[in-house]
Ligand binder design. Sequence first.
Ligand code: UDP
Length: 245
Amino acid sequence: MSTTFNTIDILTVPFINTTQEAFLSAVEDRVTTRKNTFVVTANPEIVMYAQDDAHYMSLLQNADYVTPDGIGIIKGAAILGTTLPERITGYDVLLDLLKWGNDAHRSAYFVGAKQSVIDALTPILATKYPNLNVKGIRNGYFDDFAPIAADIATKQPDMVFLAVGFPKQEQLIADYRHQNNGLWMGVGGSFDVLSGMTKRAPEFFIKHHIEWFYRLISEPTRFKRMLALPKYLRAVKKQRSKQGA
Ligand code: UDP
């Protein structure tokens, strides 16, 4: 039987209300029994994007699990009166699943990021996760996903990690997930970090929940994207007044 979790709707996106540990164990069970599984790790930017794109919203609503990726989602839930136990970020989930996949001798397929990132990532995976069976690894700059999906369909990996950024990665997963009964998950810029090409924020920023601030100062071009956050908080407060919470 597959685990379902209580969810909290933030601007109609259903976030699971559980710990990272319970979530991972549910995903691992599903992978082990080869259940088709679509995971979205959603941040406020994704939630706001979905407000203006009904099709993308329906993808999120039809995913098996949407996890709270970032402090903004925890805050949003709190505004609506629900205390979510913790963030469940794409990068952390990826690391945990790779470790689990290594221990349990599972297989994985990686699509995304630049070729230079893939070149750096390949030996890192082989060294860190020697028992993980890497069935495919290729960059995320392609014109047509169909041949890649066909390769995935042939190789039937336990887990497919797609790192081409949102909304494209979720769109591709929704279109092609039926071709492989494994886990499909969009992991944004995670390959860049895992390969060492982009640094994750220092521990201090992560611990104090200001990773977004580190990203802003290290990549100022992201400023415009970050404007989604205050807009998101205003929208959540509006939802609260509508609910009369
Ligand atoms: N990317 C890709 N193909 C594309 C566009 C982007 O593989 O056509 C990669 C890009 O190299 C980067 C990732 O997708 O590794 C996007 O990272 P970002 O942090 O912007 O994504 P987010 O986490 O915000 O979804």
